[in-house]
Design a protein around this ligand. Structure first.
Ligand code: SAM
Ligand code: MD0
Ligand code: SF4
Length: 413
């Protein structure tokens, strides 16, 4: 029941190699780790016996709450397909169950403005891209969409925008007004994903009762960052998250995969997620977007996202890990939950003319990204969605954990 259908992931792309990097972007950093099969190795079902033994040793460590070192993490990220990978997912689910039993949380997604002043290479909504569905919702329309999601039964609303100069004007006053009006109208936890904000706006949001600040670095390899997030500051993006946390907001950190990252890059990212004390950690596979410099990039396979989700679960057993509907649509939900995710994100109400991020329109108006469509899929896996108050309780405990950690860290400095 819980096996990921491997054949789905063994398919090779039929695209010619030349389209893979029709944009000269970045050289591949990946070199084959030594624990992968070498010619002449003795293998069982194609996997070296010492690889399997070593993996079992790492699983034991994770199950006994021992910290994993960089080599352990790199080894997990290279888990061979077949039995070893299914075993990794089984361990990830066991850890999820220990921390969350069989609870899954649901996040409604409201992309209230798709205008953006930035030029991220990977993003449909980069400035001047004519292929992007471009709109700016009013405060009232944003609240209406959130109410629909609230009635459907989501646990949180994620208010997301491009770095829209309209909402950022006057030191973010317009955005703060939206959040204030929103808090009065909707009684659900709230995540804000507005890009990099000034210190004052972050502090004001915390004061307004916002729960989460989501701002994904995509990569902690600085050279890759400047290529991906053109003209943006690597350090300022990290600094904004540190500040938000100090003001009492929970942090979500995220990785973009399929952009020629090495396992070393992912290990580095996981270490940074740890340092940032992120309460929600995610990985999303890159999906090429029309009208962008990476439009012809070969569509990456999502299997590495599944490995990364499971590895995140082994490293951060008690944190939230999203299964985004925005990468492979509802069809991709099962595999992500099997790999150890415990939050379904990017639920979007039909009839509000709202877009997604990387699958801008997939299944939205057809009502495929709704709570009622997702619940049967979730329950089929023996999981269930809990009440909003259970989610609020988790948030409270997590804020206490992060606050206590910050106090310990500041004492030891
Ligand atoms: N503008 C804000 C920002 O950039 O922080 C908020 C938008 S943020 C939620 C958009 C996120 O979606 C990116 O940080 C990236 O992780 C993901 N994303 C964007 N375009 C994508 C694509 N083409 N494929 C996969 N993920 C993508
Ligand atoms: C998602 N489309 O969860 C959303 C988005 C922003 N905080 C989240 C990337 O997939
Ligand atoms: Fe703008 Fe965010 Fe897209 Fe970058 S990822 S172009 S900041 S909407």
């Amino acid at each position: 029941m819980f096996e990921v259908r491997e054949s789905e992931y063994n398919k090779q792309s039929t695209e010619p190699a030349s389209t893979r990097q029709s944009v000269h972007f970045m050289p591949s950093l990946s070199s084959k780790p030594s624990y992968l099969n070498q010619p002449g190795d003795k293998t069982r079902n194609g996997v070296r016996a010492d690889t399997l033994r070593h993996m079992e040793f790492i699983f034991e460590k994770a199950l006994w709450k021992q910290p994993l070192n960089d080599n352990d993490i790199a080894c997990l990220l290279a888990t061979p397909p077949g039995k070893p990978l299914n075993r990794l997912f089984t361990v990830a689910r066991a850890l999820r169950e220990r921390a969350f039993e069989n609870q899954v949380f649901l996040y409604g997604f409201v992309y209230f403005s798709t205008y953006c002043q930035n030029y991220c290479q990977f993003c449909l909504y980069r400035k001047f891209n004519k292929a992007a569905p471009r709109y700016r919702k009013s405060i009232r329309a944003t609240i209406d969409a959130a109410r629909t999601l609230e009635d459907e039964g989501v646990h949180l609303i994620d208010l997301t925008m491009g770095e829209d100069p309209y909402y950022l004007q006057q030191d973010g006053e317009t955005l703060l007004e939206l959040v204030a009006r929103f808090r009065e109208a909707v009684d659900l936890p709230i995540m804000v994903s507005p890009g990099v904000l000034k210190t004052q706006s972050l502090s004001e949001m915390a004061r307004q009762g916002v729960d989460w600040y989501a701002c994904y670095q995509e990569t902690f390899n600085e050279r890759h960052f400047v290529q991906l997030r053109s003209r943006q500051s690597f350090n300022r993006r990290i600094e904004a998250k540190k500040q938000a946390r100090q003001f009492g907001l929970l942090i979500e950190e995220g990785l973009l995969l399929g952009i020629d990252e090495s396992h070393g890059d992912i290990v580095l990212a996981l270490r940074n997620m740890e340092t940032l004390n992120a309460s929600q950690v995610r990985a999303m596979t890159f999906r090429p977007q029309p009208g962008t410099p990476m439009a012809n990039w070969q569509v990456p396979n999502s299997i590495d996202e599944l490995r990364t989700i499971a590895t995140l679960r082994l490293c951060f057993p008690d944190r939230l890990i999203p299964a985004s509907l925005d990468v492979d649509g509802p069809q991709g939900l099962r595999d992500r939950l099997i790999a150890g995710a415990n939050v379904v994100t990017s639920l979007i109400p039909p009839q509000h003319k709202l877009a997604g991020v990387s699958k801008a329109r997939l299944g939205i108006e057809e009502g495929e990204r709704t709570v009622s469509a997702m619940v049967p899929l979730i329950e089929r896996l023996g999981l269930r969605t809990n009440s909003v108050s259970a989610y609020k309780q988790w948030l409270q405990k997590e804020k206490w954990r992060v606050g206590r950690q910050d106090r310990v860290d500041s004492k030891s400095m």
